[in-house]
Design a protein around this ligand. Structure first.
Ligand code: PMP
Length: 441
């Protein structure tokens, strides 16, 4: 049955389909981090819906919350009207927010995807400031709608967005392994910050006062690249001093994944706007922006949308937020993630093709490099996309689902559910080690 489904989908579905190309699995059942394919094979899922499944697949509390709404007779579709379900979600969300935003923040339900919330955030700051430009970063990923895509790094994908692209000034993200400002954390961060400040202050520098700055604390699709905390604090200072709203996209980093509930907590910065999606819907589509109330200057109806009131997603999301908090899954992500990364660094010592191991919490990346090639002028080895693709296929053969990312699709990304057990973590690392050894041959 699985083969037939794969064949029919590849014939009928758009050429743009993504995950199904490299992961020919037909999932029919799933629980926790285990996915069972139509062929009866079982996989450990380290993709988790691109980081969406904080509690894994079909967690009992999520299923129960969804069933409770279905059984209660509550309407499933009410546009953006107030409902008890929405009220419970909003309350649960505000309990997790940085205190400044919880006390003086507004939420706007967008929807249903992360890209819709990014779009809303950009529109919000344009509306509030009267400026059009946006500062964004190399390697960023913010989504596939026009403004979000223009802020995304990918040059090929961006080629289709036309005008929107011209509004974005792209700054170098502190990608320490291949850093345009050199490595060494604070020094690189300081140089990048000075560059940003000088662009904004130099009257011949060519950057108009922008509507906002948009960044990820850890770039996910861009190759699992954590920004140094010193850099984040400098970006916060630079934007605050010049009255530029800082938008932080926590679509992938949110809900405990990086070791704190929100990734911004680690540097202590408080953004003016936070963009949230993926895990906040507890497996179902939900996206919001949360922002300082002063920015809420748009008129009623200025940002609308039919599907901003997904009651099932709000119910699933509310219990997910609570469960992560009450069970300390954010802290657990931090400690288990550090242990997994340490073991991966040990692995890298035996496999020179693993150029870098990095991440925060359970958002881990291994950058694979071509050890046969000549290092570039800065001593870095080129990316190894073919090797990475081979590792992904070897992993699949061993019952492990992993995704690739990064500039040249040469970064192996691990995004397991936060509920992953110690034994599962060991199994993931064993299978990954075997897959790398097999792909190297
Ligand atoms: N921002 C970030 C940081 C993301 O990782 C993603 C999706 N991977 C998005 C935005 C876009 O979300 P969506 O795919 O739901 O539109």
């Amino acid at each position: 049955a699985g083969e037939g489904i794969l064949r029919r989908q590849s014939l009928r579905e758009s050429a743009a389909r993504t995950y199904a190309r490299s992961l020919p699995v037909v999932p029919v059942r799933a629980r926790g981090m285990t996915v069972e394919g139509a062929d009866g094979r079982r996989y450990l899922d380290c993709l988790s819906g691109a980081g969406t499944l904080a509690l894994g697949h079909n967690h009992p509390v999520v299923l129960e919350a969804i069933r409770a709404v279905l059984d209660s007779g509550a309407p499933l579709h009410v546009l953006d009207l107030a409902t008890p379900v929405k009220d419970a979600f909003t309350t649960a969300l505000f309990e997790t927010l940085p205190p400044e935003l919880a006390a003086h923040g507004r939420v706007q339900f967008c929807g249903p995807a992360g890209t819709d919330a990014v779009e809303a955030a950009i529109k919000l700051v344009r509306n509030a400031t009267g400026h059009a430009g946006l500062l964004a970063f190399t390697g960023a990923y913010h989504g596939m709608t026009a403004a979000a895509l223009a802020a995304t790094g990918d040059t090929a994908a961006r080629a289709t967005v036309g005008e929107a692209d011209a509004r974005v000034t792209r700054l170098p993200y502190p990608y320490e392994y291949r850093c345009p400002f050199g490595t060494g954390g604070d020094r690189g961060a300081e140089l990048s910050a000075r560059w940003t400040a000088s662009l904004l202050d130099d009257p011949k520098g060519g950057v108009q006062q922008p509507a906002g700055m948009l960044l990820e604390v850890v770039q996910g699709e861009g190759g699992v690249i954590p920004a140094p905390e010193a850099w984040l604090r400098r970006m916060r200072e630079i934007t605050a001093r010049r009255g530029i709203p800082l938008i932080v996209d926590e679509v992938q980093t949110g809900v405990g994944r990086t070791g704190t509930f929100w990734a911004v907590e680690q540097s202590g910065i408080v953004p003016d706007v936070m963009v949230l999606s993926k895990a906040i819907g507890g497996s179902l589509p939900l996206a919001v922006i949360v922002y300082r109330e002063e920015l809420d200057t748009w008129r009623p109806g200025a940002h609308a949308g039919t599907f901003r009131g997904n009651q099932l997603a709000m119910a699933a999301g509310a219990v997910t937020l609570k469960y992560v908090r009450e069970h300390g899954l954010d802290v657990r992500a931090g400690t288990l993630g550090s242990r997994m990364s340490a073991r991966l660094r040990g692995l890298a010592a035996h496999h020179p093709c693993i150029g870098d191991v990095r991440g925060r919490g359970l958002m881990i990346g291994l950058e694979l490099v071509d050890t046969e090639a000549e290092p570039d002028e800065y001593g870095s080895l080129p990316a190894a996309p073919r090797l990475a693709a081979a590792v992904q296929q070897e992993a699949l053969r061993r019952g492990l689902i992993i995704e690739l990312g990064g500039r040249h699709s040469s970064v192996v990304r691990l995004l397991p559910p936060l509920t992953i057990t110690d034994e599962q973590a060991e199994a993931v690392l064993d299978r990954l080690a075997d897959s790398i050894a097999a792909a190297e041959r």
